[in-house]
Design a binder for this molecule. Structure first.
Ligand code: UT7
Length: 335
């Protein structure tokens, strides 16, 4: 049976390191507030005016992952690109990435699933591999959030949270009878909460997508009802964990590491406490990166690999919730 194995990982963040103190100089906020309410100490943003797109961040992470897998871009059968901040609306960032990698004419699929983009990507890659439609896939989660943020007190809730970065994985089809690789996944959506976290452009109404009124109403900046998203996260993350464990016939003790989406350290702490998960079994790095949306999970995975914190036969769970509302997780067993 074909199994989906993560052969290598890579990550990239821009070199502009933005501290909470720097943001406190731009709006009414403070290091204390940001650390206490979110856990974030610093993040990376693309330098202002730099001629760069989301696909360029993805390219840097992809090159590292490809080199570690010992693959050339021409070995790939498919690119899956998860982002909510594409280079441009049309075409997708996957096409830009494919062009930079110099691939042959393989499909380059963009997915727009926000914070759960990488999780959706894993399920899609697994479906391609199990149905023998692909052998070697590059899956990337990348975001260039900083250009969508308004650095003012009015929009400080989103300005202090979101950040830029990319994480990539090379996924390979391996023929084996062992229960390894992607074991199972569960994804959910609840469009009832589509207004709780959204970016308004292009607007869902007639008339020009961009007009002075749209700009005046600040519809081009993200809007977040943080409290609602927070409450949904702390109940639905434990619930989907239980669903995943039941589907895989496992117990929480069978998991060696949990890699949650990095939206807010308090969300992950509440989730961990609800399920009595020991602190050392949950990996958080929001303190250093902020919320890079589709890139948080692959960046964390890459750090864990680099630090040798994952061993052969370890079972891990990747999990997240975000705009849509979408949420879900994946259970993965190291080969
Ligand atoms: O990955 C995408 C999914 N997103 C999430 O999961 C986000 C989930 N939500 C959150 O992380 C939190 O709701 C936030 C961090 C966004 C906000 O934290 P909160 O504890 O829910 O704060 P709040 O919205 O209840 O605001 C409390 C106070 C308000 O002031 P008043 O009305 O009490 O005077 C806000 O205006 O904190 C104020 N505030 C800030 N103060 C300083 C909001 N943002 C800031 C800020 N600095 N950056």
């Amino acid at each position: 049976m074909k199994r989906s194995i993560i052969k290598s990982t890579g990550r990239y963040v821009p070199d502009r390191h933005v501290t909470n103190e720097e943001l406190a100089g731009l709006m009414d906020t403070s290091n204390e507030w940001i650390v206490q309410r979110t856990g974030i100490e610093a993040r990376y943003w693309v330098r202002e005016g730099e001629d760069i797109g989301t696909s360029d961040l993805a390219y840097e992470a992809s090159i590292i992952a490809l080199q570690r897998a010992n693959w050339n871009p021409e070995d790939l059968d498919l690119i899956v690109f998860a982002t909510m901040t594409p280079d441009v609306n049309v075409p997708g960032s996957g096409a830009f990435l494919q062009n930079r990698l110099g691939d042959k004419n393989i499909p380059a699929l963009d997915i727009r699933q926000q914070c759960t983009g990488f999780l959706h990507g894993l399920e899609i890659c697994d479906a391609y591999i199990r149905s023998e439609k692909a052998q070697k896939i590059l899956l990337v989660g990348a975001e260039f959030q900083s250009r969508y943020l308004e650095l003012t007190t009015e929009n400080r809730d989103t300005a202090v949270i979101f950040a830029d970065g990319a994480g990539a994985v090379c996924i390979e089809a391996v023929e084996t009878s062992e229960e390894v690789g992607i074991i199972t996944s569960i994804l959910h959506a609840d469009g009832k909460y589509s207004g709780a976290l959204r970016a308004g452009l292009p607007a869902r109404k007639s008339g020009p997508a961009i007009s002075p009124t749209v700009i005046q109403n600040k519809e081009h900046f993200p809007y977040m009802d943080g409290k609602t998203v927070f409450k949904l996260a702390v109940t639905r993350l434990p619930k989907v964990t239980e669903e995943l464990l039941a589907k895989a016939n496992m117990k929480i003790e069978d998991l060696n590491m949990i890699i949650p989406h990095q939206a807010n350290l308090r969300i992950n702490e509440a989730f961990r406490e609800r399920l009595n998960i020991p602190e050392e079994k949950m990996y958080n790095n929001i303190q250093r990166y902020g919320n890079t949306t589709a890139a948080t999970i692959p960046i964390a995975l890459d750090e864990l690999m680099e630090k040798n914190m994952l061993k052969p036969k370890d079972t891990i769970m990747l999990i997240g919730l975000g705009a849509g509302l979408t949420w879900g997780g994946v259970i993965y067993k190291m080969i």
